[in-house]
Design a protein around this ligand. Structure first.
Ligand SMILES: [Zn+2]
Length: 585
């Protein structure tokens, strides 16, 4: 089996005539957009159709070209040819930005969406798209102001974002007589040796002193800019803007947060069990939160991973099993790490050919198999939406992790059932409970912190020490007495890039949303599979054209009710008790 992906269904290479043809077509498409945006005097309905078709052409061409160059570059970051084509594509795209804004504005001035949708199938398919354009336009400023803001953002918010990223990625951490990077030292939190974990934590904390002040400047500036832009655009708060971008109601977020608050004591119990097992009397120290537990030395080959996933999904969701089979046999997955290849894992949908590609850095561990299940879940979601027209190939952030996390639930529960020893069982329970504690307790602390920064930023500039104080308060609120107070990490705001975007705030609650939503769906699937799977597929298919609450309703779930979220959370209680029993021995 080929362990590298094939991109032949896109182009055979840069010398493929199809590639240069599409590059030319893409340039022409942008030209046509520019031309059309200068004269919109004709019949409104015809103009609308023409704009939608132009946008569709643009999407089809650029999606294909970007996918090809981007995917090639991700497995070989030293590939200069790909880098240069990516640059060309970006320049081409930016030639069309102005026209795109004008044409989108034209769409947003549509007054008779309902009527159009009844008359014409094209408008019917794009009803949600047009409605959202109208809705978004309420927060748009005049063309001149928008242009000025976008230009100034390069030296404003975006520059501050680059500063944080540059300072943290170049930070030299003094560890054990050596100099290592911040991400290296943070990875040592997973080391089996308790001494290594403690030393790494001390080194990490000490290293932040070198950059905390400039990073505090960066955070203060980004948050101030966000507040200013929100006020100019007429958003009540940055949170309101994020909810708007997420196509999600405030009631849903409130219900989710309330359920999290109610259930957190139970997760603290898990942390205390873990602390006790590691020899700590009063809660767990921060540096031991990620300590590995139990035994997870079992190794898998790629063939075994495929068989493992196929067996599980044959039973659970045959359509998912088909997707697994297709991805493995059609060379849609790039498995192993190699020089120049990016780290981590991702899935990238390729609408124009109704395919997707998955990149992983497979190391044979069970967690690698779980990662495959996760990414293939994204692929499954992509396949579900690719029958829509091209402008409906996206979905909002909160639902983006639904299918992937759903798959992880299936795989983890199957693994738990089949564990052959207590040690193996403990290691699986540990990864389930560690994950849920992160998306509930840690995410809760991040949300609380970001909210308090926004609440204060209008009136004051916060020093690094003040920010540390806020972070500590937030962590205490989330972890309570389960984590020893002296060991809390007050610098978590320095290292997490999520706080440093002026375009997207509160990039934290979507993790809690995604995890618990997928868990709730999984619980429903266990109750009555056949019936449920039909609804589940339908829901995934509808995610590009519905708000999150409406999408969940397809599966009969009311996201604005605390009960739904609480039920997802309560399903962990038995696992926590089992964990307590296993660690007691
Ligand atoms: Zn994911």
């Amino acid at each position: 089996m080929n362990t590298e992906w094939s991109l032949d269904s896109l182009y055979k290479g840069y010398d493929d005539p199809g590639f240069s043809e599409d590059m030319e077509k893409a340039a022409k498409c942008i030209e046509e957009m520019n031309e059309f945006s200068r004269d919109l005097s004709g019949d409104r309905e015809e103009n609308l159709k023409k704009i939608l078709r132009l946008f569709e052409d643009q999407e089809l061409l650029f999606d294909r070209l970007y996918s090809f160059c981007g995917l090639k570059s991700s497995v070989n970051t030293n590939d200069m040819e790909s880098a240069s084509y990516l640059g060309k594509l970006m320049a081409l795209m930016s030639n069309g930005t102005k026209a795109e804004t004008v044409l989108k504005k034209y769409i947003s001035e549509t007054e008779n969406v309902e009527e159009l949708a009844e008359k014409d199938p094209l408008f019917k398919e794009y009803k949600y798209y047009i409605e959202k354009a109208i809705d978004d336009a309420r927060y748009q400023l005049s063309d001149e102001v928008e242009e000025a803001l976008a230009k100034m953002n390069i030296s404003g918010g975006d520059a501050w974002e680059n500063l944080q990223s540059s300072l943290t990625s170049n930070l030299k951490v003094d560890y054990d007589g050596k100099t290592i990077t911040l991400s290296d030292v943070r990875n040592l939190a997973y080391d089996p040796d308790p001494e290594v974990r403690k030393k790494a934590y001390d080194a990490e904390i000490a290293s932040y002193e070198k950059i905390k002040e400039p990073v505090a400047f960066s955070l203060n500036s980004i948050k101030k800019e966000t507040l200013t832009f929100c006020e100019l655009r007429g958003f009540e708060s940055p949170l309101e803007k994020t909810l708007h971008q997420s196509r999600m109601k405030k009631e849903t977020l409130d219900a989710l947060l309330e359920a999290m608050e109610e259930y957190m004591p139970m997760l603290r119990k898990y942390l205390k069990y873990k602390g006790r097992a590691l020899g700590h009397e009063n809660g767990i120290p921060w540096y031991d939160i990620f300590a590995p537990m139990g035994d997870s030395t079992k190794k898998y080959t790629i063939e075994e991973a495929k068989q493992y996933l196929k067996d599980i999904f044959d039973k659970f969701n045959p359509r998912m099993s088909e997707v697994v089979k297709t991805a493995f046999s059609n060379e849609w997955i790039d498995f192993y790490p190699r020089e120049g290849k990016v780290g981590g894992a991702f899935c990238s949908g390729i609408g124009p050919v109704k395919e997707f590609r998955v990149l992983t850095n497979f190391d044979g561990s069970f967690s690698s198999v779980d990662t495959l299940a996760h990414e293939l879940g994204h692929g499954y979601h992509d396949v579900m939406i690719q029958d829509h027209r091209p402008l409906n190939w996206g979905y909002s952030m909160p639902v983006a992790e639904t299918a992937s996390t759903f798959n992880e639930n299936v795989v983890m529960n199957e693994a738990l059932k089949n564990a052959s020893s207590d040690e193996e069982k403990l290691s699986i329970l540990e990864s389930i409970l560690m994950e849920v504690t992160q998306i509930i307790c840690d995410i809760y602390s991040r949300f609380t912190f970001e909210k308090s920064v926004f609440d204060r930023r209008n009136d004051e500039f916060m020093s690094a020490d003040q920010l540390c104080g806020l972070m500590k308060e937030a962590q205490k609120k989330a972890f309570g007495d389960a984590v020893t107070e002296e060991t809390l990490n007050p610098f978590m705001w320095v290292c997490k890039s999520h706080y440093y975007s002026s375009h997207l705030s509160f990039y934290n609650f979507p993790y809690a949303f995604g995890g618990l939503f997928a868990r709730g769906l999984y619980l429903k699937a266990v109750e009555g599979r056949e019936e449920f799977l039909k609804k589940y597929n339908r829901m995934l298919e509808m995610t590009p054209v519905l708000d999150v609450e409406e999408a969940a309703m397809v599966c009969g779930i009311d996201l604005t009710k605390k009960e739904f979220w609480l039920k997802s959370l309560e399903s962990y209680t038995d696992l926590i008790e089992e964990y307590g029993r296993l660690t007691e021995r």
